[in-house]
Design a protein around this ligand. Structure first.
Ligand code: GAL
Length: 700
């Protein structure tokens, strides 16, 4: 889908929160205060009604829209916009009682109770029909309301259901995909452990020992959610076609292949909760957020997107829920804007008095007024965002390097017994985040793309742990290299095909031994405290680094060795290799390297390939949004320490104080600076900002 550069409802950066007036219907004063307080922080908008189905329809076909009418009108009068939610992320108790089949069934065959949320059966025709009915009512009543800006469809779609109906739908899905049971048995390799199916009815929804099944089940679950949301959007699009639809993503959530979702939604939204902990290495977490924002930017095709949820202070569900240190909140918000967010919304506007989230951060605390530290910070953020209107609709600059993030590779890897589990989250995402972080730390800009991307737009494509690799993707990547690009692949590349069956003829498959000029004979998985020494000039002055977790035993078959293993019984084997392929290059990194090793490696590669690079102190990042009026630079110190840099001729402004900075400058802990085009203190916007060049900023 070709997305417009501008979110149609954004004349300025929108600022607001999830708002739950339905929790306060017995206290009109609170509701009136809310709007006044929203204006006080320069809020523009709110997401309303996310879990409000029973408040809208207390019994079948009986609607109580009065409170929502009042809210919508109140918002219109105050000049506030509404992202109106369809309330389907949580089922009404009466509907669960009438139709127990809308409740999910777990792997153990047990039907879940109606409580919690995000737990409807995505296949149930009853639930699909009920969702359409309430959505139709909402579209009929509010589709032309002046405050309505966006449909917020459901909430964080997630999870899976193993009921008989889902099982039947899975069988139909498999029939469409494979045609015959014979073909299914073949691609799932079911003669292993006597798993051959002789009737469709025998195919389960879960069997860990059939890794092809696990992969297809995840594909099916994802498709089922996508078809559910398409079913939800049909009446909205029919009755209010001028209002775009979105749903809030969760970054790299396991069961949702958001590349696919992005094709069906009108605009892209994401929720993010970085859990900043103010530790020595918290800058790594901030780069992790940059990874997520870059991924979301990729979903949006490089165009502006919506940060639908983040916390204005702590959350309540972490192991430890720390308050954000001074500067962190503002920086996190600006970081999203720098990466293309044209909307900043919080979860949540006001803390509810009860329920699971009564201690979750909110703009308004239980005290109820505007005197709290968090409220004041939110007001400050609102003031700063108001000054940023010139960036609205501008795209973040296109990077010279693309990094592929692929749910299919992740699912296949997780479904396979053998490859070691990740230390945080899943092994696949861990590899992608580490390579992204190293590239950014070496000063190289990175876009995140899917396996379907047009690689020719990039100078270098990095595909960490692309464990599942189809013929088609392998061919397109090899063609990219042959045409003059550089393709960097890593350990765990090309082990299995699209059905999670190992490629024959030696890894990396399919047929990539020739492209990379090497053979990956076997893999050594290390104990947590084990390290393998690696040496090579590609690691800069140190000339060495360490490997953890995974070391492949590689043999060169024509590729040039850039680094070798220096300990263990396989000392001397090549571990980083480079091959000439057509007009370009392929590079293979056969081990999980220490961070400094990766950074040295990417510095080396960037120099060799002549990639543009901006060298800044560790944890200091610049991000640029480019548009018709020229570039706008954001400069962040993600560390808790001061950092010295030389801004050269460029003029930046410290966002917290508006003070102008140029030349040798000390960045404060968690500092955020904006380039001279935007002056936060006096809202001035120059029409022709000077373009920062690659070498203007230097560590001093
Ligand atoms: C999100 C969810 C919100 C709220 C928030 C708390 O995942 O969409 O409704 O629960 O988490 O951090």
């Amino acid at each position: 889908m070709k997305r417009p550069n501008r979110l149609p409802f954004c004349e300025r950066i929108l600022y607001g929160a999830d708002y739950n007036p339905d929790q306060w219907l017995d206290d009109e004063t609170v509701l009136l205060e809310d709007v006044a307080l929203m204006r006080k922080i320069n809020a523009t908008s709110a997401s309303i009604g996310i879990f409000s189905w029973t408040a809208l329809e207390p019994s079948p076909g009986i609607y109580t829209f009065d409170w929502l009418d009042t809210t919508m009108d109140r918002f219109a009068k105050a000049g506030l916009k509404v992202f109106l939610a369809t309330p389907t992320a949580s089922k009404p108790m009466w509907l669960s009682e009438l139709h127990p089949e809308i409740r999910r069934v777990g792997r153990d065959g047990r039907r879940e109770p109606s409580g919690g949320r995000h737990n409807h059966c995505p296949t149930s025709p009853v639930y699909r029909e009920a969702a359409q009915r309430i959505n139709r009512e909402l579209a009929l009543r509010y589709g032309r309301h002046p405050s309505l800006a966006l449909w917020h469809v459901g909430n964080e779609f997630n999870g899976e259901c193993h009921c008989e109906r889902c099982k039947g739908a899975f069988h139909d899905w498999l029939r469409r995909r494979y045609g015959s049971l014979g073909d299914l048995n073949r691609v799932w390799w079911t003669s292993f452990w006597n798993h051959t199916f002789t009737d469709w009815s025998q195919v389960p929804t879960f069997d860990q020992s059939i890794d092809g099944l696990t992969l297809d089940w995840l594909r099916f679950v994802n498709d089922q959610h996508v078809s559910f949301i398409e079913n939800e959007m049909a009446p909205l699009r029919d009755l209010a076609p001028q209002v775009p639809c979105t749903t809030n993503f969760m970054g790299t959530n396991h069961t949702t292949n958001y590349w696919q979702w992005s094709r069906t939604l009108d605009c892209i939204s994401n929720d993010i909760y970085p859990l900043h902990d103010d530790r020595e290495d918290s800058w790594r977490k901030s780069l992790g957020s940059d990874f997520t924002h870059s991924l979301v930017r990729g979903f949006a095709g490089g165009n502006p997107w919506i940060m639908m949820e983040c916390s204005p202070s702590s959350v309540n569900w972490g192991k430890v829920n720390k308050l954000k240190r001074p500067g962190v909140h503002l920086q996190e918000v600006l970081q999203a804007v720098a990466n293309g967010a044209d909307v900043v919304h919080y979860f949540q506007w006001r803390k509810g008095r009860g329920g699971f989230e009564k201690f979750h951060g909110a703009v308004i605390d239980h005290e109820g007024g505007s005197d709290s530290r968090v409220f004041k910070e939110c007001a400050e953020v609102g003031r700063v965002l108001q000054t940023l209107s010139p960036v609205v609709g501008l795209s973040p600059s296109r990077a010279p390097v693309a990094l592929v993030y692929d749910w299919e590779a992740r699912w296949a890897l997780e479904a396979s017994a053998g490859p070691k589990r990740g230390t945080y989250g899943d092994r696949y995402t861990e590899a992608c985040v580490e390579h992204f972080r190293a590239l950014r730390s070496s000063g190289v800009e990175v876009d995140l793309v899917s396996t379907d991307a047009d690689f020719s737009a990039y100078r270098m494509v990095v595909t960490p742990a692309l464990y599942l690799l189809t013929d088609d993707t392998a061919r397109r990547l090899a063609e990219f290299a042959a045409a003059g690009g550089a393709w960097v692949a890593t350990y765990l590349t090309g082990y299995v095909d699209g059905n999670n069956r190992c490629w024959r003829g030696g890894f990396p498959g399919p047929c990539l031994r020739e492209v990379f000029g090497l053979w990956n004979e076997e893999v050594d998985y290390l104990l947590d405290d084990e390290r393998v020494r690696i040496q090579g000039s590609v690691f800069g002055a140190a000339g060495c680094t360490e490997a953890t977790d995974i070391v492949e035993r590689l043999h060169s078959e024509g590729a040039q060795t850039l680094a070798t293993v220096a300990s263990e019984f396989y000392a001397g084997s090549p571990i980083v290799l480079q091959n000439n392929w057509g007009l370009g290059k392929t590079v293979y990194v056969g081990a999980r390297l220490a961070e400094e090793g990766y950074i040295g490696f990417y510095e080396h590669l960037a120099a060799k390939l002549g990639l543009p690079r901006l060298v800044l102190p560790r944890g200091v990042i610049r991000k640029t949004r480019i548009g018709a009026d020229g570039p706008v630079d954001f400069l962040f110190n993600y560390t808790r320490h001061e950092a010295a840099i030389d801004l050269g001729e460029a003029t930046f402004h410290r966002v917290s104080s508006g003070a102008a900075c140029s030349g040798k400058t000390t960045l404060l802990p968690y500092d955020s600076l904006l380039s001279g085009a935007l002056l936060p203190s006096n809202l001035r916007h120059t029409q022709n900002p000077t373009r920062s060049t690659q070498n203007e900023l230097q560590p001093s």
